[in-house]
Design a protein around this ligand. Structure first.
Ligand SMILES: [Zn+2]
Ligand SMILES: [Zn+2]
Length: 328
């Protein structure tokens, strides 16, 4: 099969011809039809995340069809359309797994990080961590739901049900999905983009944001909660200052530049800062059921698999509107 592989951090992905991966017991072999490009892939490629299996096939927003079944797989059939997310494996025995917090598992395996992912024609995944996607919707349009959507949704849940005025910092793939869900829930969205990025601000308004402006502007309203998707630590004190007393600030990214020091009075008043790590399978079940009800419509830019490096570069530079998706 054709795949794009990362040999070492800091290097471009290389086109490779690899043996077709074979499903072990409990696994599915999936013929990939679309794989989203997530900011986490950039952090893997750039070496910000240091626990990658190398070489690795990146990609954890996978949509494809079951092409072979390993022994003992139940509940999936050949040809069925499935999604494969970031959470690829958990131990099932650590205290976090036992408490329903498998996203914090002590011995996890993540797709496209420790487990070869979807920048390929074929991939293999534990069936227990795959999700049936049904037949509604286009493969490429569904791909960003598998991480941008899931992590965005988990971040939105962490922001709290009663957070009516919600700030979103960084308007990429996750934000454009979360904004649609949050607006549908009746919340008011305040979207903060890179200063002067008019295209992103127009995009945010078109997705349902009540207000969009630069992260250098002060919020026109006091926020009940805010989510930061941009990997920029300096946004943490900025967003805190926009929060009301008791407000929650959720950091939705897996990696962020250092957070600058800020005065304690900005945190005072029982404001909360928290991160969101990974996802649970229940998040996926909940969000994949919710998305068609909104309905969430993703904005995707498709690239052939062989141009994965270009897609990553466009994501890095902020040239993208919406989500990049690779098509093998
Ligand atoms: Zn565990
Ligand atoms: Zn991701």
């Amino acid at each position: 099969m054709k795949a794009m592989t990362l040999a070492a951090p800091g290097q471009p992905l290389e086109q490779a011809e690899l043996p077709d991966p074979q499903p072990g017991p409990g696994q599915l072999q999936v013929r990939v039809s679309a794989c989203g490009v997530c900011r986490t892939d950039l952090h893997v490629v750039d070496g910000d995340l240091t626990e990658a299996k190398l070489p690795i096939v990146p990609g954890h927003e996978i949509v494809g069809r079951v092409s072979a079944l390993g022994d003992g797989v139940d509940g999936f059939e050949l040809g069925q359309r499935v999604g494969i997310p970031w959470l690829g494996h958990t131990c099932g025995t650590c205290p976090y797994c036992k408490q329903g917090a498998e996203n914090l598992c002590d011995a996890p395996g993540f797709t496209g990080y420790q487990i070869d992912g979807g920048y390929a024609e074929l991939t293999v995944a534990d069936a227990d961590y795959c999700f049936a996607l049904g037949e509604d919707g286009d493969d490429a349009a569904l791909a960003p739901l598998l991480c941008a959507g899931l992590i965005g949704y988990r971040s939105l849940v962490m922001a709290g049900e009663d957070a009516r005025r919600l700030g979103i910092y960084g308007f990429g793939a996750a934000a454009h999905i979360v904004t649609q869900v949050a607006a549908w829930q009746g919340r008011e969205i305040y979207a903060f983009t890179s200063p002067g990025d008019r295209a992103a601000q127009d995009f945010a308004r078109s997705m349902g944001a009540a207000w969009a402006g630069g992260s250098d502007e002060s919020s026109p309203a006091e926020l009940d909660a805010a989510i930061i998707f941009a990997p920029v630590g300096a946004l943490v004190p900025a967003a805190l200052r926009a929060l009301r007393k008791g407000g929650v600030l959720v950091c939705g990214g897996i990696h962020m530049s250092d957070i600058p020091a800020f005065p304690y009075r900005d945190l005072w008043g029982e404001r909360v800062i928290r991160s969101v790590a990974n996802l649970t399978r229940q998040d996926a079940i909940d969000f994949l059921a919710l998305a068609p009800r909104v309905p969430v419509r993703t904005e995707v830019v498709a690239y052939p698999l062989a141009r994965a490096n270009e897609a990553l570069a466009d994501l890095r530079s902020g040239r993208l509107t919406g989500a990049a998706v690779l098509i093998p």
